[in-house]
Design a protein around this ligand. Structure first.
Ligand code: TYD
Length: 219
């Protein structure tokens, strides 16, 4: 019997605390017998990881930044995400296109219509008129002031992490706008809570869609 692939992306401002929950969800899917591909953007392929290095560390104008994000995405979709979905794997991707709309669009103020055009080019599929989008996007929604406190104790910041709080207010507004445009795709997770509560919400969002059995349920 063939299983369908599942594509889940994870979003939020820097410091929102995605990583541990992505790892926990990977464990939950593996325990349910699924093959999991854990990946990230920008990145996920040798070329896209090189582009990541550039875009996180080198100064550039907003158009170059947006183009590099989508160039990395194109490579990642073709080499990793689409083949994994075709095999029936679960793809857990730390950030995807919503991050471009939030960071380059909201944060940097770059033209949303141009981003929409790039999205249509990069995420078009030969076999469908619908664009490739995640089946679910988990948005860790954390107030920027709280994220700033968490980041203050973090390692050396990159070009995005070093931005002022006002930048992250715009990024958060960018995520809210993406959610408003496609609410069924999103699970908004109130993330200013103990880690266990956040994890419960993440797990429930996946269970509600029928992709994992409720924790503790018999097989
Ligand atoms: P992040 O996912 O936070 O990784 P880490 O936990 O290793 O810091 O870092 C990626 C950064 O790239 C983050 O600051 C957001 C930014 N970014 C964009 O600006 N646009 C995009 O399209 C993507 C995918 C990421």
């Amino acid at each position: 019997m063939s299983v369908s692939g599942l594509f889940i992306s994870f979003e939020g401002i820097d410091g929102a605390g995605k990583s541990t929950h992505i790892a926990a969800l990977a464990d939950a899917f593996r325990a349910a017998g699924r093959t999991v591909v854990l990946t990230r953007e920008p990145g996920g392929t040798p070329l896209a990881e090189k582009l990541r290095e550039l875009v996180l560390n080198d100064a550039m104008d907003p158009l170059s930044e947006a183009l590099l994000m989508f160039a990395a995405r194109r490579d990642h979709l073709g080499l990793v995400i689409e083949p994994a979905l075709a095999r029936g794997d679960v793809v857990l991707c730390d950030r995807f296109t919503d991050a471009t709309f939030a960071y380059q669009g909201g944060g940097r103020g770059f033209d949303l219509d141009v981003l929409g055009q790039l999205e249509r080019w990069v995420q078009s599929r030969p076999d469908s008129t619908a664009l490739r989008q995640p089946d679910l996007t988990v948005w860790f929604d954390l107030p920027p002031a709280v994220a700033a406190q968490r980041l203050a104790s973090a390692r050396v910041p990159d070009r995005f992490e070093s931005q002022p709080q006002a930048f992250f207010e715009r990024v958060a507004a960018g995520y809210a706008q993406r959610l408003a445009g496609d609410p069924a795709r999103f699970a908004r997770i109130a993330s200013d809570q103990p880690r266990e509560h956040v994890w419960r919400q993440v797990r429930e969002a996946v269970e509600q869609r029928g992709w994992l059995r409720p924790a503790g349920a018999s097989a």
